[in-house]
Write a protein that binds this ligand. Structure first.
Ligand code: HEC
Length: 211
C-alpha cells in the first residue's frame, strides 16, 4: 500500500477509511461509515421491536383464536367460582328448606332444570324407574324418594353432591356415577333443583329449624 491509512476511532464521512487504533495480537480493524439506508433500517428495526413487543405483550392484538378461547374459558370459570362463593355464602340447610324450597318461582325453575337434565336417570317421579308396557323399568340413577341417601341426608349434602358429582371414592350405582352438574348448570340452578327436590320430599326431610 502506497499510503498509510488514517488512524482514528470511527469514519465520519462516506468513503473515508479509518484504521482503528486498537490492535490485538497483530490484528487490526478498518472502519467505514455505514450507508444511511442501512443505518435507518437498523434503527427502524429497533423501533419496530419496541412497538411490537409492547403490542404483543400488553394488548390482545396478536392473540390466536385458540388463546382467546382459553382466556374466555378462564373468565367463565372465574365467574362460576365467584357465583358459587356468593351462593354458598348464604346457602345452608336452613335457607334451602325455609327460603329456597318455599318460593314457588324457585321451585318451578328447579322443576324445569330437573325435567330437562335429571329425569332420564332419576325418573319424572323421582323413583328412578320408567313405566313401559305396565312394567317399571329401572333407570341408571338412584331413587330420590326412597328415604335412603348414599351421600348424606341433609339438604346441603344433596346440593354438594349435585354440584360436584359423585365423590371420587364412590364406585357408582351399577358402575354409573353422577356428573358434576355445577359445571354445566352453575350453582344457582343446582340450588334451585335442590329446592325442587326438597319441596317434593316428605316433611321429615325438612325438619330443620328456621333461622
Ligand atoms: C346419567 C344419569 C344421571 C343423570 C342425568 C343424573 N343423575 Fe343423579 N345420580 C346418578 C347416579 C348413577 C347416582 C349414584 C351415584 C353414585 O352412587 O356414585 C346419582 C345420585 C344422585 C343423588 C344421590 C341419591 C342418593 O340416594 O343418595 C342425587 C340427589 C342426584 N343424583 C340428583 C340428580 C339431579 C338433581 C340431577 C339433574 C341435575 C341428576 N341427578 C342427574 C345418575 C344420574
Amino acid at each position: 500500500m502506497s499510503q498509510e491509512p488514517k488512524r482514528g476511532h470511527f469514519a465520519k464521512e462516506e468513503g473515508e477509511i479509518i484504521l482503528r487504533e486498537h490492535e490485538y495480537d497483530g490484528i487490526q480493524e478498518y472502519d467505514q461509515k455505514l450507508p444511511n439506508w442501512w443505518l435507518f433500517t437498523f434503527y427502524g428495526a429497533i423501533v419496530w421491536f419496541v412497538i411490537h413487543w409492547g403490542v404483543y405483550y400488553y394488548t390482545d392484538f396478536f392473540r390466536t383464536p385458540q388463546e382467546r378461547v382459553k382466556q374466555e374459558i378462564v373468565a367463565v370459570q372465574q365467574a362460576k367460582a365467584a357465583e358459587l362463593e356468593k351462593t354458598l355464602a348464604t346457602l345452608d340447610d336452613s335457607t334451602l328448606v325455609h327460603e329456597w324450597a318455599t318460593k314457588p318461582e324457585v321451585v318451578s325453575a328447579g322443576e324445569v332444570t330437573y325435567l330437562t337434565n335429571c329425569t332420564a336417570c332419576h325418573g319424572a317421579d323421582l323413583s328412578a324407574t320408567i313405566s313401559a308396557g305396565g312394567n317399571k323399568v329401572p333407570l341408571p340413577g338412584l331413587p330420590l324418594n326412597d328415604h335412603q341417601w348414599k351421600f348424606g341426608s341433609k339438604p346441603m349434602d344433596l346440593f354438594k353432591l349435585i354440584n360436584v358429582g359423585s365423590p371420587p371414592e364412590s364406585s357408582g350405582h351399577n358402575g354409573a356415577k353422577m356428573q358434576a352438574w355445577g359445571q354445566t348448570l352453575g350453582p344457582k340452578k343446582v340450588a334451585e333443583v335442590t329446592a325442587y327436590l326438597i319441596a317434593k320430599l316428605p316433611e321429615d326431610f325438612k325438619d330443620i329449624p328456621a333461622k
